[in-house]
Design a binder for this molecule. Structure first.
Ligand SMILES: *[C@@H]1O[C@H](CO)[C@@H](O)[C@H](O)[C@H]1NC(C)=O
Ligand SMILES: *[C@@H]1O[C@H](CO)[C@@H](O)[C@H](O)[C@H]1NC(C)=O
Ligand SMILES: [Zn+2]
Length: 483
């Protein structure tokens, strides 16, 4: 049996590839399946090393439909039909699913979910780094419900830690790695209601980033939450920061680091000139608010490094921008993989929640993923795109909306592959909602096999801590044996 499999592998090695073949006989599919099977059989040798490094790649809003669409997009950009393409994350050996609900919501938000996969317990919609004993927006009710994040725990174990994002660094997803606060929107002093400040919540998310933990590397957007309302933004020179409490947090951050060396950068040239060997702490704030979409990166005034921002584009029903960001995210996964060894580095790729984008119709194999279904019209005799949303601005913000005309816009002459195109949605909403179905978890490296089925989302951080022998898992048998 084994020999037979190896024999078939030999055929694959001589250069067989399924992609873009016009005719695909069964033998081709058999060979492809047998190669996959051999890789699965080889997984018998589980990697039970202790993880020296842990990297979690969190694609905000990167549901399964987004992964599939991004795969097709990347494959098509590569000249293939697309469906058969493999993303870098697709190649990870271990995959499971994550159940994303919040303790009080069937369809979750990024704050409650980030608290789950970073702090290890599910909690309410909208709260950051607090367990379910908290109440959103209520300071007094929330005091005492703080739970530590894996970043904080790793730091206690002497590991270096970093947070890299293309949103504001104080946004819900990154903030759950260092902040504990009952409302995700309390990003700067003025965002906290006076009564809640008086009740004891006077440390906004930006202050917590500067004070809570000495995170070695922080890169993202959101300068306005760190700058005073009297300070002019270096890039958007007609605008200022948000803070009215007299605290210039960027200067505070720089001045708190000596005798260790600290570097603050806000544009791509400065970033490229950073010498990692001579820098103990790095803070990069590349935009006043969120960083640009990958599709808009070239228009940025001062330049900024690349990565992925998927969620916000989906909220606008702009699937093109979401997919381009998902592809950039997948490129970043490979950079991390190339820089590390799976012998000692656990990489987990997942999403916090899904979105309402679906892959619809029965378009032909290889039809452009951002294009119109090529095999027929809708029941209303109008063309429709393969990607459609269940809700969002595509229902009524487009000029000839069905709310005013009584019918869907006729997109016959519209280039839906333009990244700015707003896809149609069923229920009109100013912002598209999240999706409530499970999302994928991809894992590679030490203990990656512990991602193996349908998991509750908060399990992810427990599994990562176990792999690295930190937190509650420091003294587990595996850790002792590997000491
Ligand atoms: C990983 O570990 C194996 C077994 O100890 C070793 O043979 C291999 O060279 C290591 N790979 C890397 C990339 O360090
Ligand atoms: C949609 O627009 C195209 C091109 O302008 C036109 O040929 C077609 O008749 C229109 N369809 C409907 C149902 O109005
Ligand atoms: Zn969102």
């Amino acid at each position: 049996m084994e020999q037979r499999i190896y024999a078939v592998i030999a055929i694959i090695v001589v250069g067989f590839a399924v992609e873009s073949a016009l005719s695909q006989p069964a033998a081709d599919w058999y060979a492809q399946a047998q190669e996959t099977l051999q890789r699965a059989v080889n997984l018998e040798k589980l990697n039970k090393n202790v993880a020296k490094n842990i990297i979690i790649f969190l694609g905000d809003g990167m549901g399964v439909a987004t992964v599939t669409s991004a795969r097709i997009k990347k494959g098509q950009d590569n000249g293939q039909t697309g469906e058969e393409y493999e993303l870098n994350m697709d190649k990870f050996p271990h995959v499971g699913m994550s159940k994303t609900y919040n303790t009080d919501r069937q369809t979750p938000d990024s704050a409650g979910t980030a608290t789950a996969y970073l702090c290890g317990a599910k909690t309410k919609y909208g709260v950051i780094g607090l367990d379910d004993g908290s109440t959103r927006g209520d300071c007094a009710a929330s005091i005492g419900s703080e739970i530590p994040s894996i970043l904080e725990i790793a730091q206690q174990h002497g590991m270096s830690v970093g947070v890299v994002t293309t949103t504001r660094v104080t946004h819900a997803t990154p903030s759950a790695s260092y902040a504990h606060i009952p409302d995700r929107y309390w990003e700067y002093d003025g965002a906290i209601p006076t009564a809640e400040r008086d009740a004891g919540c006077d440390r906004d998310i930006a202050i917590q980033l500067v004070e809570n933990t000495g995170i070695q590397v922080v890169l993202g957007g959101g300068r306005r939450n760190f700058m005073l309302d009297t300070q002019t933004d270096p890039e958007e020179t007609t605008r200022t920061g948000y803070r009215t409490d007299g605290r210039d947090l960027i200067t505070e951050w720089i001045e708190s680091k000596p005798p260790l060396s600290a570097m603050y950068v806000w544009n791509e040239d400065q970033f490229n000139n950073v010498d990692p060997a001579k820098t103990d702490f790095l803070l990069g704030l590349f935009e006043r608010s969120h960083m640009n979409y990958e599709a808009d990166r070239a228009n940025d005034i001062a330049g900024e490094p690349h990565r992925g921002r998927i969620d916000h584009a989906h909220h606008d029903n702009r699937a093109g921008k979401a997919l381009i960001d998902a592809v950039a995210f997948d490129d970043a996964v490979q950079v991390a993989k190339d820089m590390t060894s799976s012998n000692d580095t656990l990489i987990v790729v997942t999403a916090d929640h899904s979105h309402t984008n679906a892959i619809t119709g029965n378009p032909s194999r290889g039809n452009p993923i951002l294009g119109k279904v090529d095999t027929g019209l809708g029941g209303d005799d109008l063309p429709y795109t393969t990607i459609l949303y269940t809700d969002g601005p595509g229902g009524f913000e487009v000029s000839d909306s069905y709310l005013t005309t009584g019918s869907r816009p006729n997109i016959t002459d519209v280039n839906t592959e333009d990244p700015s195109y707003i896809f149609q949605s069923l229920v009109p909403q100013t912002s598209e909602s999240h999706g409530g179905e499970d999302v994928a978890i991809f894992a590679d490296g030490p203990m990656a096999h512990l991602i193996h089925g349908i998991h509750e989302q908060h399990y992810i951080t427990h599994m990562m801590q176990y792999a690295a022998c930190i937190g509650d898992y420091e003294f587990y048998a595996n850790c002792q044996a590997n000491k």
